[in-house]
Design a protein around this ligand. Structure first.
Ligand SMILES: [Zn+2]
Length: 190
């Protein structure tokens, strides 16, 4: 699924990893079979450690936990995929229902991303030449746009110092494209 429209109007775009409104789930009836398969892979003497990791990932991702669930961050409706790939929608019973049920078990301690890009001349589809985006599990989402490269660079650095010190990010990057030539200015991962 690349996108799904909720009845409230919210559109889920599923074109990236680490989505806070998405979960993969496994039927309880499959639990035993799943762990038996993982055990067989681990016991297989013919496989290298790398192959074992790959096989386990395949069993996990493509067989037993390949069904998906999405929760609308706006209205809290839950979309659950059946075994044929169709989605069934459930609406929350009260206003108090949490809308962030599918976030990481780490909650606000989940480590996110800090990304920035500067493109000159300004691409048509963008409002300004530069942007900084912070993706972490907190209420306020940060997306800043810039007309001035130095201001962007300074803000990026300030945010990087704060977020990395608080252990809020796992990755940070700053890219600059001048006349279609792209250059990595800064890249970090923990
Ligand atoms: Zn909704």
């Amino acid at each position: 699924m690349s996108w799904l429209r909720c009845r409230c109007g919210y559109i889920f775009h599923d074109n990236t990893d680490f989505l806070s409104f998405k979960a993969h789930f496994r039927a309880d009836q499959d639990t035993d079979d799943f762990f038996c398969q993982v055990e067989d892979i681990l016991k297989n003497q013919k496989l290298s450690a790398e192959d074992k990791a790959h096989e386990i990932l395949c069993v996990t991702d493509f067989h037993y936990t390949n069904r998906l669930m999405y929760q609308c961050p706006e209205c809290g409706r839950l979309f659950v995929e059946d075994n044929d790939g169709h989605y069934h929608c459930f609406a929350p019973e009260s206003k108090e229902t949490c809308h962030r049920l599918l976030e990481s078990a780490e909650g606000e301690n989940w480590k996110g991303f800090l990304d920035a890009e500067w493109t000159f001349p300004k691409p048509e589809w963008r409002e300004k030449c530069g942007y900084i985006s912070v993706y972490v599990n907190s209420q306020e989402k940060i997306y800043l746009t810039f007309d001035d490269y130095e201001a962007l660079r300074k803000k990026f650095w300030d945010l990087f110092q704060i977020l990395s010190a608080k252990k809020k990010i796992r990755r940070a990057s700053l890219y600059r494209t001048l006349d279609k030539k792209s250059e990595k200015i800064f890249s970090w991962s923990d």
